[in-house]
Design a protein around this ligand. Structure first.
Ligand SMILES: [Zn+2]
Length: 408
């Protein structure tokens, strides 16, 4: 976890930054980990021990963090019509010019074959742009034996949609009390996903594009002028938003199942003359009272966060695309640890604890530390040079803490 919280960027940095640090390092880490080590393990030893923990163990750790946040109701402000919003977001993580493991996905580029690893991430939307990793499905070819003797083009590859079919039922089991609204891009505008959401008793808001569902798009365009009353105009200082919608569109999927979906759109004009257009399909009831919330929290937010979540994990000291372990199974453990650390980082950044500290010091947060990179460095200083007091670990004090997220 320190690898990420301190933004060290590579595993060997643990040796450079911690092993040769000040005298309190060993005592501090022993206190945190509740161990009695007499020397600091080198990073290869740590990697070895990471390999002895089943992935389910790291997943359980993440679940316990999330459940604590849910109990605190720290994420409730971002609910859509009372339901928590779950974003699905896939990204590429590793790419090699040679096969790295039997499960690699493969792709031909001319004469060259690339080997890579993707992940599908389910993220719970919190206030103030906070996203909480709830579940991860590694997109990989499980059946390596079946691929033997076949060219890369012939192997049926794992993909985001298949990964969603594995991931979402698992989340239903982990969080049976939550009725999610899935916020999805137009890849998911298809029968299998609608059926899955129905099975799980969840709702969805999915991007609506002509190319993905052309017949449905034509129906929508034909029906829009027939219901001019389904319109809402909102004026802000710097922009005008116009919402329009059509209820109960019929959609027949590739397996002959029929779905009733509401469609909505938002046209936004900015003062500088810019114009944006967005459209979505949803199983939620769209009307005058709900259209704006569905468009903003179910639709626009997903787009914003897609540009932020993985970007920040890749382009910061978290260094998501770094090969933290050459062992493919260990590497997944590092991925999960990074997700948990990112949750802690966001709580620090967006939570009320540091804001309160800054207020006590009479300075705004950014003047207190300057940047989040600096926060990571100050944490490193603390591990290395500050003797941590026993009272800081009092569970009764910690139990009283309530983290509120900045929703501004
Ligand atoms: Zn691989």
């Amino acid at each position: 976890m320190h690898l990420y919280l301190l933004q060290l960027g590579a595993r060997r940095q643990l040796d450079f930054e911690l092993r040769d640090g000040g005298p309190p390092v060993l005592a501090n880490l022993n206190r945190l980990a509740q161990t009695t080590q007499t020397t600091l393990p080198v990073h290869d030893t740590l990697d070895h021990f990471v390999g002895h923990v089943p992935l389910a163990g790291w997943e359980q750790l993440r679940r316990r963090c999330v459940q604590r946040l849910l109990r605190m109701k720290a994420l409730d402000a971002a609910r859509l019509l009372g339901q928590p919003v779950l974003l699905l977001d896939g990204t590429g993580l590793l790419c090699f010019h040679q096969r790295h493991c039997p499960q690699c996905l493969t792709q031909r580029h001319g004469k060259q074959t690339l080997y890579f690893h993707h992940v599908l991430e389910a993220k719970l939307l919190g206030p103030g742009g906070v996203v909480v990793s709830l579940g991860s499905a590694f997109i990989e070819n499980a059946d390596a034996a079946a691929a033997k003797g076949k060219s890369a083009d012939e192997v049926k590859q794992d993909c985001e949609l298949k990964a969603a079919q594995r991931l979402l039922p698992r989340l239903k089991k982990d969080y049976p009390q939550l009725r999610f609204v899935l916020a999805l891009d137009n890849l998911y505008a298809c029968g299998p996903l609608f059926a899955l959401a129905q099975d799980l008793n969840w709702s969805f808001v999915v991007t609506f594009k002509e190319g993905r569902t052309p017949a449905l798009w034509r129906d929508y365009q034909a029906l829009l002028p027939l219901c001019p009353e389904n319109a809402l105009r909102r004026t802000w200082d710097d922009r005008v938003q116009e919402f329009r919608w059509v209820n109960q569109l019929a959609y027949e999927d590739s397996e002959g199942r029929t779905w009733q979906l509401d469609a909505l759109e938002c046209t936004e004009q900015t003062a500088e003359g810019g114009a944006h257009y967005f459209a979505w399909l949803t199983g939620l009831p769209v009307g005058r009272k709900t259209v704006e919330a569905i468009a903003q929290q179910g639709g626009r937010y997903r787009w914003k966060i897609e540009n932020e979540g993985f970007n920040r994990q890749k382009n910061s000291g978290l260094n998501l695309e770094h090969v933290y372990s050459s062992d493919p199974e260990n590497w997944k453990a590092y991925y999960l640890l990074l997700q948990i650390a990112f949750l802690l980082t966001q709580l620090l950044e967006r939570g009320s604890l540091l804001r309160r500290l800054a207020a006590e010091a009479g300075r705004p947060f950014w003047k207190l530390f300057g940047s989040l990179k600096n926060v990571a460095r100050r944490l490193l200083d603390s591990v290395r040079f500050v003797v941590w007091e026993e009272s800081w670990f009092d569970p009764r004090q910690a139990g009283k803490l309530r983290i509120e997220l900045d929703s501004s």
